[in-house]
Design a protein around this ligand. Structure first.
Ligand code: FES
Ligand SMILES: [Fe+2]
Length: 384
């Protein structure tokens, strides 16, 4: 066969184009339970996991329960105002102390045989041991609730399930606090709507879609359309993209003139645009000038992901007389766009079950970065 100059050009062009692509993780990492187990050990068990805003458990006794990696955890504000976390397991015969997602309790009383614990996790009464047992004697039993590491930074409550963890939350979050959380005044946020559900997808696919806007023109063509972003300088456990906007991206384009004004104190880059960030492993948190939302992904298995979504506004916005009238426009836009992402992530997994490796284009650099980071951490653990 004679090779002409033009066919060589075409081939070179093809080679060049191919070299501009980077590979996704091996498809087994999205589908195979054996690899998922390795990922749990390498990435999830040692991580800090977001639970709620501290304003969601503002009063002594207010609590939330959350499931992480097959553990159920109670996070409660104690009578002394300090937020603590415990495994949601009675020290008698192991029943959960509560099945409520949130509430307010002076005591946690196990529904099975009514052993009860105070907000410090201390055992206070234990039917079966005889009514004459004094409280001081109960403490000698050392059957208090099992504590879980819990810390609050910038109004964000996190827990860590690894008993041996030595990294404080502040160090884990690193530059995210000063670069994003503080400028957006996240500590003043109040969650006004929350929902949880399960998707048939791998959690990483959802992080990838959060971090690229190549899909927005296609998947969100009827909702928000194009949303150009630039990558942010990342930290060890967080990364993200920034979308400069003069009108809020948290509303449908035709409703953006209805947006709440930017609260006092939110200035500079935070008042001019929106930070879309991921705090590893699965906490996607979006801070726009006047609203914040999150989509937290917690894996259940390689192909099942628990999703927790929350919408929050600053105290000042909540106090506006038009809040109740305008907020539903935000909910409508956020619900719709999140649904579109939910659906595409489930759809994508179906194709990956064929075990064909995919690629990222140069237009998806942060998704590619995330993928490399995961691979690196898996290898780190594999080589230990
Ligand atoms: S299992 Fe909780 S009181 Fe018996
Ligand atoms: Fe999306």
């Amino acid at each position: 066969m004679t090779i002409t100059t033009s066919s060589l050009d075409v081939r070179d062009e093809g080679k060049c184009l191919k070299e501009s692509l980077s590979k996704m993780l091996d498809p087994e990492f999205y589908t195979n339970e054996k690899w998922f187990e390795r990922e749990l050990q390498a990435i999830h068990f040692s991580a800090w996991h977001f639970v709620c805003l501290s304003t969601s458990i503002e009063n002594p006794g207010s609590f939330v329960t959350r499931r992480f990696l097959e553990r159920s955890v109670i996070v409660v504000r104690g009578e002394d105002g300090i937020i603590r976390a415990f495994l949601n397991t009675c020290r008698h015969r192991g029943a959960p102390l509560t099945s409520d997602r949130c509430g307010n309790n002076t005591y946690f009383r196990c529904p099975f045989h009514k052993w009860s614990y105070d907000t410090f996790g201390d055992l206070k009464s234990a039917p079966g041991l005889g009514g004459s047992v004094k409280r001081s004697e109960l403490s000698k039993l050392r059957l208090n609730l099992v504590p879980v590491q819990c810390e609050v930074v910038a109004g964000l409550v996190f827990i860590n399930l690894n008993e041996e963890n030595e990294m404080p939350l502040k160090s884990y979050l690193g530059s995210y606090i000063d670069n994003v959380a503080k400028p957006h005044q996240v500590q003043r946020m109040h969650c006004v709507q929350e929902k949880s559900y399960t998707l048939t997808t791998n959690w990483k696919l959802y992080i990838e879609v959060d971090m690229e806007t190549l899909h927005t023109n296609f998947i969100h063509s009827h909702s928000i359309g194009s949303q150009p972003v630039t990558p942010l300088e990342h930290g060890r456990n967080w990364f993200g993209v920034y979308h400069q906007n003069s009108l809020s991206p948290a509303l449908f384009p035709e409703k953006r003139s209805l947006a709440f004004s930017t609260p006092h104190g939110v200035t500079g880059e935070s008042a001019e645009g929106t930070h879309f960030c991921v705090i590893l492993p699965g906490f996607f948190i979006v801070t726009a000038p006047e609203v914040m939302w999150w989509i937290q992904k917690t894996p259940i298995s390689a192909t099942r992901t628990s999703v927790n979504v929350g919408y929050a506004f600053h105290d000042e916005t909540l106090a506006r007389s038009d809040f109740k009238e305008v907020a539903p426009h935000y909910f409508e836009r956020l619900d719709q766009v999140i649904l579109e992402d939910d659906q595409i992530c489930e759809y994508q997994l179906e194709g990956l079950r064929n075990r064909v490796q995919g690629h990222y284009t140069p237009a998806e650099p942060v998704a590619a970065y995330f993928s490399e980071l995961i691979q690196k951490r898996l290898l780190e653990v594999g080589n230990e």
